[in-house]
Design a protein around this ligand. Structure first.
Ligand code: ADP
Ligand code: ZN
Length: 727
């Protein structure tokens, strides 16, 4: 008989603590409970049998009791195992990882019902009603229950009017409860009539789902090949087996168009999970998933940690996307962790991409993943022509301009044909650097190692790494010269200015995280583009992902070399993926598209490969180079970031770490060095980089090493396993 339970709380603690089970309460492992912690009461999960654990021999009398047991199915054992696994792999505290799952503590409470109002059968006495009250009854005529606030908004009055109508008996009140999303998706609705190769791929995926065991596949096909249609068939099969399904997408690919496609295939909207959900939606989704009622979740990376009751399939769409890496808090790669989740849960996972990451490609080549290929665009749409514009020869007409004459001609012709053009530049704002022509002063963020970026929309200079900004001054703060400040280089706003000057009649839209601040803004703009209300789109990478614009036939990449600077391990791979993806926006239906890449280095391997569409050749060369350099996927890396406000302390800790850093045959440590962003939000940052052979238990080594160095509490040490960024 166990009267103690080990309970894990969602705080940065690695250990589950013992709590007593009150008389009459039965708690199973995985149950959601609330327990006292310090002076608070917090929600938590039963992790195991306290009495059986070593170190839990605290006298029963002394330990605190569970306060409340929530009425929810327990968190399944496989999910708890997964969280333990993630904690061990990422060298994070178990409690911190649990917090990724217990992300909506309020969802543990039973869903609140809200009061709704419907029209009663009482004949309204027209004479005695105010115009506002009449307006309310007009709205309520359809007899659909609505909340007071909804009714008031629709009728343009205050909610007091609703109250009065209720008191007078014209409106009846009813209890409303938001149903969990995606309860009854219909797997048997008509799907697209698949082509031969599509049918083959879908058949393989369906068999994987039927096998009820772990397996992994890479669904590899050019943009527009119908990969989504194909994996929807696997989703349908999982639903037939009454399993839950997770479709992971980079957040910005979660467009209305994608949701509409899902809806038309399965007859209901999926449960959504992304950063700008309202707290109420977050709650219903979380609970729907925990109760096993919501069948399909489409979400950004953190959706992997939702408390699925019976997950049976994961799709990772755009699997190569850097957005799958969580860089704050628990640092994890959602794609890699999803593979682990599938393998622990003994179900299939499908990675989907037109430009797979080198890691995934290697797994496909060495047959750890099934490799399913869709070589052609659906319905005869052909891939766009890719042309390189050599900016050394094909120069923009003035030094204030950034678009080469060839690209200008192409845009002109495109909009004359009433088609759409996209100009891609992965840089927000007006200009990346502001310089005084008289004294050479450059505007820098006082808290970060970064230039301030001019934004004309706000009239300010902004830091893109912290929230610092300043008004754009009229004179140089250094030499006081008037009219001497000059913007250097382009951002999307500056490109828009050039385009407006050349095409004053065209409808132009800038799409970046400044113009699409919320997910809804983004969806609205995407809809406008789809409805042909825009001629020329100027966008950052927000536009590159997954979107399908049938009338877009011309894509111009303003600065194809942009991602190649700054010595990142994956700079060329990323550039290939991003530019290929941007290029893939062109000519997705019956009109052929053309893509122009403006570059100063047209002869490099990456530009040549893009132009020839020689993706596999490119990846093979990359893979060779990584092998020679003994870099991932042929070895394993871990980044150690030491940061703090006191520069000396940060340096001391880095030196202490370096002094006893793992060095040897199979493991070596580089650094410490100043991070590329030496200052970030006012903190100084130094880095070490560990590289180890794959057979080494790098986590164990790191834990012992980092744990052995005494660190002042003001200095933070972050461990980043398999780092993707090196700033
Ligand atoms: P991908 O995910 O590979 O980029 P999609 O699944 O988005 O490709 O397909 C591209 C377009 O072609 C979509 O509009 C899709 O509806 C359409 N499509 C793909 N396959 C078929 C099919 N078999 N029948 C009808 N339309 C299809
Ligand atoms: Zn800053």
């Amino acid at each position: 008989m166990s009267i103690k339970k080990a309970i894990l709380t969602p705080f940065p603690i690695d250990k589950a603590y013992d709590y007593a089970v009150p008389e009459g309460m039965t708690v199973e492992e995985g149950a959601y409970v609330s327990v006292p912690l310090g002076t608070r009461e917090v929600s938590a999960v039963v992790w195991g049998d306290g009495a059986l654990k070593s170190g839990s021999d605290v006298k029963l009398k002394k330990i605190k009791s569970i306060v409340q047991l929530y009425d929810l199915p327990a968190l399944p054992a496989v999910h708890r195992k997964f969280l333990d696994w993630v904690a061990a792999y990422t060298v994070a505290a178990k409690g911190s990882v649990l917090k990724l799952t217990l992300s909506v503590p309020k969802a543990l409470e039973p869903p609140v019902t809200v009061t709704g109002y419907v029209m009663s059968d009482l004949e309204p006495d027209e004479m005695g009603l105010s115009p506002k009250a009449k307006a309310v009854l007009d709205v309520a005529q359809d007899r659909l229950p609505r909340r007071a606030s909804e009714l008031a908004e629709a009728a343009g009055c205050s909610s007091g009017v609703i109250k009065t109508l209720h008191q007078k008996g014209f409106l009846n009140s009813v209890e409303l409860q938001a149903p969990p999303p995606c309860r009854n998706p219909d797997s048997e609705r008509a799907s697209a009539l698949l082509s031969g190769p599509q049918t083959d791929c879908a058949g393989t995926l369906i068999n994987m789902v039927k096998a009820n065991d772990y397996s992994a596949a890479l669904l590899d096909g050019v943009t527009g090949a119908g990969k989504t249609e194909v994996y929807f068939e696997a989703v349908a099969q999982a639903l037939r087996q009454n399993k839950q399904v997770l479709i992971l997408l980079p957040e910005i690919a979660l467009s209305n168009a994608f949701l509409a496609r899902f809806k038309s295939r399965f007859g209901c909207a999926p449960a959504l999970w992304h950063s700008s959900l309202s707290p109420a939606k977050r709650k219903t989704t979380w609970r729907g998933v925990a109760e096993g009622q919501s069948k399909v979740v489409i979400g950004a990376r953190s959706a992997l940690f939702l408390p699925y009751q019976d997950l049976g399939l994961i799709i990772v769409d755009e699997e190569h996307d850097p957005a799958y890496k969580q860089e704050e808090g628990v640092i994890y790669h959602a794609r890699d962790m999803a593979v682990v989740r599938a393998s622990l849960g003994k179900f299939p996972i499908v990675m989907v991409s037109a430009t797979p990451s080198l890691e995934t490609m290697q797994n496909a080549w060495n047959e750890r993943y099934k490799h399913l290929i869709l070589p052609e665009r659906h319905g005869g749409a052909v891939l766009p022509d890719i042309r390189l514009i050599d900016l050394r020869k094909d120069k923009p007409e003035s030094r204030q301009f950034f678009i080469a004459p060839t690209l200008h001609t192409a845009i002109t012709e495109t909009i004359e044909r009433k088609e759409q053009a996209l100009l891609f530049l992965n840089r927000r704002g007006y200009a990346p650097l502001t310089l005084c022509r008289t004294c050479g002063h450059r505007f820098q963020c006082p808290r970060c190692t970064a230039w301030l970026i001019e934004h004309r929309r706000t009239g300010k200079l902004h830091c893109h790494h912290c929230d610092h900004y300043m008004r754009m001054p009229d004179q140089c703060p250094e030499c006081n010269e008037e009219d001497s400040l000059a913007p250097c280089g382009p951002g999307v706003e500056r490109i828009a200015e050039e385009v407006r000057a050349v095409y004053p009649e065209a409808r132009i839209e800038i799409l970046s995280s400044d113009t699409a601040i919320t997910h809804d803004d983004l969806c609205a703009t995407l809809d406008r583009i789809q409805n042909n209300e825009v001629d020329i789109i100027i966008g950052t990478q927000i536009i590159a992902k997954g979107h399908h614009f049938p009338n877009l036939t011309c894509v111009g990449v303003v600065d194809a070399d942009l991602g190649l600077t700054g010595g990142d391990l994956r700079a060329t791979e990323r550039t290939y993926q991003l530019l290929h993806q941007v290029a893939g926006r062109a000519g997705r239906e019956n009109k052929k598209g053309t893509v122009y890449l403006q570059t100063f280095s047209p002869d490099t391997n990456v530009m040549q490969a893009l132009q020839r569409g020689a993706r596999d050749d490119f990846l093979e060369v990359e893979l060779k180079e990584r092998e020679v350099a003994h870099m991932p996927p042929f070895s394993r890396l871990a980044g150690i970031i030491i940061s703090g406000r006191d520069e000396q302390q940060v340096e001391d800790v880095s030196k202490a770490l370096a002094y006893c850093a793992p060095q040897g045959d199979k493991i070596m440590t580089l650094g410490p060095a100043e991070a590329l962003m030496y200052r970030l939000r006012g903190k100084y940052r130094r880095r070490l980089l560990v590289r180890a052979n794959k057979e080494i238990d790098i986590q164990k080594t790191l834990k012992a090493w980092v744990g052995s160095v005494k660190t002042p509490s003001a200095v933070r040490i972050q461990i980043d396993i398999d780092p993707q960024s090196f700033y």
